[in-house]
Design a protein around this ligand. Structure first.
Ligand code: 5AD
Ligand code: SF4
Length: 446
């Protein structure tokens, strides 16, 4: 979501006449986008801003945007006395105006007037949600792949999570707007979109997204209906979305997965824990059995269906037995990939009131155990695909070995292959898989 917000701000600044700098060193304006979901992420963004402010090589405007600004409020200027402006996540559309105001006030040579702070309300809808770079370089990923924000904020209030406090209430953008944005992207060559929302399957649940006289779409209908509308967009080849919640894995969603040619067979379905006791404490609103039922539903119709997840280790009171439940759930679900996070208490969340009682070393050990399990599991899942032919969206020469090219299959798996002739970035090719590794598949053009 932050990558997408940064991109939108970049596009708005270009539209306002600014030019993209080659790199940090020659930039007159630098804006750092921040995340506060874990303490470490916030420290990184603040640290980065501090370093930029310390750079005296040239006068420049330095700003901070994103979730950390909303959390810190005016205190952000205590941490960063030289910061020129700070903008919370749902007000990033004001950045071009803030910069022109600052420039008028003599910034960065002469800093007249106060630092600027903009904190959005819970329900604010930012301008520029649909801003995309005008003409990305033909050989860049942005030329054929785009993120599209469809849902802002989150109303779930999981006990450990600061997102609802900093990103505000859930708001679904009107379906008409989303379809128009995707159509416009497709008409300039975008082949793949990834629809974004903290809990994307809740699209159209808190507020209406469809205004065509059918009344409010139900939970089961609103998001699948959006997928079906986007399926009809000419030129678009692939539709992805993230993140999901098991409650949204309805029969209707599975039907769309089955019938659609464009909707990719991958779901990022954060589980967080495999222990019913911890899940209840987290306020996740599903049990282990309900989560596994959603997994079964998806894998029954397609055993190759790719599932990835997020897990938190070391939640307050997580015992060895709870942890073993997480291990066994991950094995049962057969995840293709998993992101493991060490619990980090966030101010103002419900769990921050509980003692953070799993020692750091133990969190580290649990993290390593899950990563090692996942390495083996990822390899096993990928070995199942040796001999199959995957449709791959070509991304360009592989980073490690330029002779090879890479792309992704429908399940978002990285596929590496040797091109036999000239290949176009953004094209679809068929690759027969010959080798499996824990994180990548290797194959040859079929
Ligand atoms: N501590 C550790 N991990 C967290 N996440 C969210 N909040 C916290 C926290 N306080 C993780 C969850 C979420 C992912 C984006 O970040 O796993 O799915
Ligand atoms: Fe945070 Fe839970 Fe919302 Fe995800 S669903 S953003 S973990 S509150």
């Amino acid at each position: 979501m932050n990558v997408r917000d940064s991109e939108a701000v970049g596009a708005m600044l270009e539209a306002a006449g600014h030019i993209r700098a080659e790199g940090e060193a020659d930039a007159d304006i630098i804006i750092v986008n921040s995340c506060t979901v874990r303490q470490k992420a916030e420290e990184k963004a603040i640290g980065k801003c501090g370093n930029l402010n310390a750079l005296k090589d040239r006068p420049r405007i330095v700003g901070l945007m994103g979730c950390a600004v909303k959390r810190l409020g005016a205190d952000v200027f205590k941490k960063l006395p030289k910061l020129d402006f700070a903008v919370g996540p749902r007000r990033f559309g004001m950045i071009p105006k803030i910069i022109s105001d600052l420039q008028e006030a003599g910034y960065p040579l002469e800093r007249k007037g106060a630092q600027r702070l903009e904190i959005p309300d819970e329900d604010e809808v930012p301008d520029g949600l649909d801003a995309h770079p005008d003409a990305p370089a033909k050989d860049s990923a942005e030329a054929f792949r785009s993120y599209v924000t469809i849902l802002l904020g989150c109303d779930n209030r999981c006990s450990y999570c600061i997102v609802p406090d900093v990103r505000g209430h859930e708001y679904s953008r009107p379906a008409k707007e989303v379809v128009a944005e995707v159509s416009s992207l497709a008409s300039r060559g975008v082949k793949e979109v990834c629809l974004l929302g903290q809990s994307v399957l809740r699209y159209g649940v808190r507020n209406r997204a469809w205004f065509d006289g059918d009344g409010e779409s139900s939970y089961a209908e609103s998001f699948p209906r959006l997928l079906e509308a986007l399926e009809k967009v000419d030129g678009l080849e692939r539709i992805r979305f993230t993140s999901a919640h098991p409650k949204g894995c309805t029969d209707e969603l599975v039907r769309v997965f089955r019938e659609s040619r464009k909707v990719c067979r991958h779901l990022h379905l954060p589980v967080q824990s495999g222990s019913d006791r911890i899940l209840a404490e987290m306020g996740r609103r599903y049990t282990r059995a309900e989560y596994l039922a959603a997994v079964r539903k998806l894998r029954e119709f397609d055993p190759e269906f790719a599932l990835t997840t997020d897990v938190i280790v070391g939640y307050p009171g997580e015992t060895e037995a709870d942890f073993e439940e997480t291990r066994s759930l991950m094995e049962e679900a057969g995840f293709d990939n998993a992101f493991i996070f060490k619990y980090s208490p966030r101010p103002g969340t419900r769990s921050a009131a509980l003692p953070d009682d799993v020692p750091t070393a133990e969190k580290e050990r649990r993290d390593q155990v899950l990563l090692a399990d996942q390495e083996k599991r990822g390899l096993k899942r990928n070995q199942m695909l040796v001999g199959t032919v995957r449709e791959v969206l070509v991304e360009g020469p592989s980073l490690r070995n330029k002779v090879r090219w890479s792309g992704r299959d429908s399940g978002n798996r990285i596929v590496v292959f040797e091109p036999s002739g000239p290949l176009e970035i953004g094209s679809l090719v068929q690759v027969r898989i010959t080798e499996a590794h824990p994180q990548i598949l290797v194959g040859e053009l079929a």
